[in-house]
Design a protein around this ligand. Structure first.
Ligand code: GDP
Ligand code: IMO
Ligand code: MG
Length: 426
């Protein structure tokens, strides 16, 4: 059976959680393949909001096996809190599978995240301070500690000492302080966390392949987004993993042959949290309108998101980088009250019209948006489910996005609720 991936096409928070939840109805398994609790994916079902950081967005369905893949970095304390939060709402978490190969985030990764950000001063990246970068750095440095290391206390102890010794000077810790920290971490991870998470630990690669071989439909849920990708994003203002579709292969242990339907989630405008270039950014009333009407505050950190117009130059690049087969557009309703709407169609770089996202970072920093302007629709579309019922001006906007992005838009979100969407191709 083919599998589907949901990938963010901008700088995150496009509404991946909402559409993953929607698609999960027809799937058997949902797999997170990268990132960690830097993600915040929001689901709104029957008016009730659930915000998830680590657990895959299919969890609300009883039939879904939610898998935390090998490419994810896991803070076990956060995972346990999330499980408790869901179970308190009556959502069973028994089906969760946690890869034994996933790397663990420790408190010292979070301390290092803060130290590195502090060192950068006014050049700081604006990370979520969740320890994501330092945990992936340990993985690349081959001193990371994996979930399966917990199963052998001796190995866990040895690896913890190696990792802590490395950080001693960076974190300026005295050796007696470090000895106390070792004791406390051994206790927390082996006595407190392990008994809670042991039932979930699994060979997720075998599970995913067994599901695919049985003809089940597997959904891969990206966190973060294309332009936060460590290889393809606006480096260094990126996260430390590969959210792009190719990341699902490494982060879940599947070959590209399995990735068939690749859905890019795009907000009808653009947002970004944290520092970094943003050509179509707005600093005016319309930017504030997107923040206020779209509730553009981080699901995870509560930070105000930066806002701007839809950037089709970036989207065309995202189509290529991910082999997108379709776009699911979100938050079109947030534009309901605008008199005119704009789409960044190309950039002006040193007086030249540029249609493709430049590889040269200095050129990208100089890029000025060249806009196409269309009339707004000035109508509340949040209750519409039939594409024919959309106002003409809204249809024109969606068609202009399709023309500029070069691929079809399949679904359009018109509100946060699970049922608030339009099947645009119907
Ligand atoms: P994710 O990180 O990509 O899953 O997105 P977030 O959950 O961080 O942020 C998206 C926000 O927009 C959430 O609050 C969603 O409930 C909300 N949302 C998703 N789709 C729509 C939509 O079509 N319209 C509106 N108004 N809100 C939406
Ligand atoms: P979801 O999955 C938006 C941003 C941070 C920062 C940069 C690096 O909800 O779309 P990190 O903590 O990863 O080292 O921070 O990446 N960032 C996100 N922005 N949505 C996210 O996740 C993000 N995860 C990380 O703000 O700029
Ligand atoms: Mg989010």
């Amino acid at each position: 059976m083919p599998s589907t991936i949901v990938v963010g096409t901008q700088w995150g928070d496009e509404g991946k959680g909402k559409f993953t939840d929607l698609f999960a109805k027809e799937m058997q398994m949902v797999v997170r393949y990268q990132g960690g609790h830097n993600a915040g994916h929001t689901l709104v079902v029957n008016g009730e909001t659930t915000a998830l950081q680590l657990i895959p967005s299919g969890i609300l369905y009883d039939h879904i096996v939610p898998v935390i893949g090998n490419g994810v970095v896991v803070d076990l304390g956060v995972l346990i809190k999330e499980i408790d939060m869901l179970e308190a709402k009556g959502v069973s978490c028994d089906r969760i599978k946690l890869s034994g190969n996933a790397h663990l985030i420790f408190p010292y990764h979070q301390e290092l995240d803060a130290v590195f950000e502090g060192d950068l001063g006014d050049k700081k990246l604006g990370t979520t301070k969740r320890g994501i970068g330092p945990a992936y750095a340990d993985k690349a440095n081959r001193v990371g500690i994996r979930v399966q290391d917990l199963l052998d206390p001796k190995i866990f102890h040895e690896k913890l000492l190696i990792s802590l010794n490395q950080k001693e000077s960076l974190l300026e810790k005295a050796s007696d302080e470090q000895a106390l920290e070792t004791e406390s971490l051994l206790n927390t991870f082996l006595e407190e966390y392990l008994p809670r998470v042991r039932p979930y630990i699994a060979d997720t690669i075998d599970l995913v392949h067994t599901a695919l071989e049985a003809g089940e439909h597997v959904l891969f849920e990206g966190a973060q987004a294309t332009f936060l990708d460590i290889d393809h994003g606006t480096y260094p203002f990126v996260t430390s993993s590969n959210p792009t579709a190719g990341g699902a292969c490494a982060g879940a242990g599947v070959g590209p042959r399995h990735l068939e339907r690749i859905v890019g989630i795009a907000k009808a405008y653009t947002t970004r949290v944290g520092a970094g270039p943003f050509p179509a950014e707005l600093f005016d009333d319309i930017g504030d309108h997107f923040v206020n009407v779209g509730h553009e505050y981080g699901t995870n950190t509560g930070r105000r998101r930066r806002t701007g117009w839809f950037d089709s130059v970036m989207l065309r690049h995202a189509v290529r980088l991910n082999s997108l087969t379709e776009i699911a557009l979100t938050k079109l309703d947030v534009m309901d009250e605008l008199d005119t709407v704009k789409i960044c169609a190309a950039y002006d770089i040193d007086g030249e019209r540029v249609e493709k996202m430049p590889n040269d970072q200095l050129a990208f920093q100089k890029a000025k948006p060249i806009y196409e302007e269309l009339p707004g629709w000035k109508t509340d579309i949040s209750g519409i489910t039939n594409p024919q019922d959309l106002p003409e001006a809204a249809k024109n906007y969606v068609q202009a996005l399709e023309r500029l992005c070069g691929i079809p838009i399949s679904l359009i979100g018109v509100g946060p609720g699970r049922k608030q969407y339009i099947n645009w191709q119907s």
